[in-house]
Ligand binder design. Structure first.
Ligand code: IDP
Ligand code: MG
Length: 147
């Protein structure tokens, strides 16, 4: 087991539904602690850059429109196996396929408006964290500090 960092986003539908607190609470139950956090209203350019890997997908434009439709909560989460732990508590991309008790099963509207983002690998987590947070804005806990 290793202490990792991952990027989490509470998407505009989650903020609009008023479930920021419930989502952060669920992340806490699996040992994921925010070590950086801010509310942001993404520009189209920021959202396009973040989702550049999906540029060729048919849903890309709608996804960017959705992600810029209102404020989001950007967070760096830290904890044991943070990348996989976050993906597990998030649930499948399509809430219809998400397991019981996951964030997407309980809060998502549909496959697009699915409430949360989570990095899908440690490598992408590093890239995504750096996209939104300078290292000086990240506040690691003493217990996780490396020698
Ligand atoms: P993930 O968020 O579970 O990692 P990805 O495949 O990386 O899923 O897709 C990124 C985001 O694009 C999804 O979270 C969702 O908001 C949106 N998305 C993915 N697939 C579809 C689709 O088939 N239709 C509409 N939007 C989609
Ligand atoms: Mg993804």
């Amino acid at each position: 087991m290793a202490i990792e960092r991952t990027l989490s986003i509470i998407k505009p539908d989650g903020v609009e539904k008023g479930v920021i607190g419930q989502i952060i609470s669920r992340l806490g139950t699996v040992g994921l602690k925010p070590i950086a956090m801010r509310l942001a209203h993404l520009s189209r350019r920021e959202a396009e850059g973040f989702y550049a890997v999906h540029k060729a997908r048919p849903f890309f434009n709608d996804l960017v429109t959705f992600m810029t439709s209102g404020p989001v909560v950007l967070m760096v989460l830290e904890g044991e196996n943070a990348v996989a732990a976050n993906r597990e508590v998030m649930g499948a991309t399509d809430p219809k396929k998400a397991a019981a008790g996951t964030i997407r099963k309980d809060f998502a509207t549909d496959i697009e408006k699915n409430t949360v983002h989570g990095s899908d690998s440690l490598e992408n987590a590093k890239i995504e964290i750096a996209y939104y947070f300078p290292e000086t804005a990240i506040h690691t806990y003493a217990w996780a500090k490396k020698a």
